[in-house]
Design a protein around this ligand. Structure first.
Ligand code: UT7
Length: 331
């Protein structure tokens, strides 16, 4: 029996036009370009305006770019997965709306909430749908409107996050390229460190929760930082080991863009060369589920058929992991 591998065959992306740079943040909270740059590596981030456009607006734009580049007929898409922590609305599936707007008339779709690991988990799910032989075209979108859940009076979070969306198409690959292996984990003890306290079933919205600012993202940055570095390092090491690979075999590490210092620490732990790590955090900040596909979008021209890529992410929950994928095409 031959196994069907699921490969990424196209990439699209979208970031909003509005740029929020460090100088503008200096006017909003007690911070400085120097602090933000040295502590996070971020220079600017994109903000969706007006917020009411919703995450679907960016998801649709990223997917449309992919569809146009690939010359894809949307009616041939089987499944649309939107990985997001900021869906348009609770309950109603953002993916359903995205699929309909794209003209994916023969598709089903659902949202996947894995916080900053949402796209990484989505790669696993998209690939499994293809490998089962049941579906041929799965559109995976990572999209987040972080500006809709950030308190722009809280300097500890507002300097970090930005908005954006990236999309990839997964298809069966006859040469064996695509997703090869993964190490995916959760630790529910992590939820006190990175959360939005209100608005869910445990604490529904009320006048009190709004006035107490409990609908904004809260994170205990220092702890999250340490868990992120140690868990992503461990997941990548395990993945290398179980595939008999060394770090020298890897062409690129595609890591969640949460903080440049986290990326530097992982690179140091794994003894990676500077150019093995794809980085764009300085321009977008942390876009949660969109960071990994936005890296692919920015670096697509560099990626060559048969190159070995290691993806890794860490986020709220906690959720984290690493995925090994071989690239399937030359641009
Ligand atoms: O994507 C999901 C996962 N999330 C992450 O991976 C985020 C992980 N955490 C981080 O990236 C970092 O912890 C932060 C960037 C959030 C914070 O950096 P840090 O180096 O851990 O700073 P800290 O929280 O220890 O704060 C150090 C100091 C504090 O002042 P004192 O108490 O030493 O006087 C903060 O109040 O820096 C202060 N500070 C700021 N100063 C200027 C915190 N935020 C700012 C700011 N501007 N924006």
């Amino acid at each position: 029996m031959t196994t069907i591998t699921a490969a990424i065959t196209a990439v699209g992306g979208y970031v909003p036009e509005h740029v929020l740079n460090n100088a503008a943040l200096e006017q909003m909270v007690d911070t400085s370009d120097e602090w933000i740059t040295t502590r996070t590596g971020i220079k600017e981030r994109r903000i969706l305006k007006p917020t009411s456009l919703g995450t679907s607006f960016m998801a649709i734009a990223a997917a449309r770019e992919l569809i146009q580049k690939k010359g894809l007929n949307p009616s041939t898409i089987d499944l649309v997965i939107v990985s997001t922590a900021t869906p348009d609305m609770p309950v109603s599936s953002t993916a359903a709306y995205v699929a309909t707007e794209l003209g994916a008339t023969n598709a089903f779709g659902y949202d996947l909430q894995g916080a900053c690991s949402g796209f990484l988990y989505g790669m696993s799910v998209a690939s499994a749908h293809i490998s089962s032989g049941r579906y041929k075209k799965v559109l995976l979108i990572g999209a987040d409107t972080m500006s809709s859940i950030i308190d722009y009076t809280d300097r500890t979070t507002c300097v970090i996050f930005g908005d954006g969306a990236g999309a990839v198409l997964f298809e069966p690959n006859e040469e064996g390229f695509g997703l090869q292996d993964e190490v995916l984990r959760v630790d529910g003890n992590g939820r006190s460190f990175l959360k939005i306290e209100a608005g869910g079933s445990m604490m529904p919205a009320s006048a009190e929760t709004v006035s107490a600012r409990k609908h904004f993202l809260y994170q205990e940055g220092k702890s999250v930082f340490k868990f992120a570095v140690s868990n992503m390092t461990r997941a990548v090491n395990q993945l290398l080991e179980q595939n008999n690979l060394t770090k020298n075999d890897i062409d690129y590490v595609v890591a969640h863009q949460a903080n440049k210092r986290i990326l530097d620490a992982i690179a140091k732990n794994l003894a990676l060369q500077h150019d093995q790590m794809l980085i764009n955090i300085e321009r977008y900040g942390n876009t949660t589920a969109a960071t990994l596909p936005l890296l692919l979008w920015d670096y697509e021209d560099k990626l060559k058929k048969n190159q070995k890529l290691l993806f890794t992410a860490f986020g709220g929950g906690f959720t984290w992991g690493a995925t090994y994928l071989t690239w399937a095409y030359n641009n």
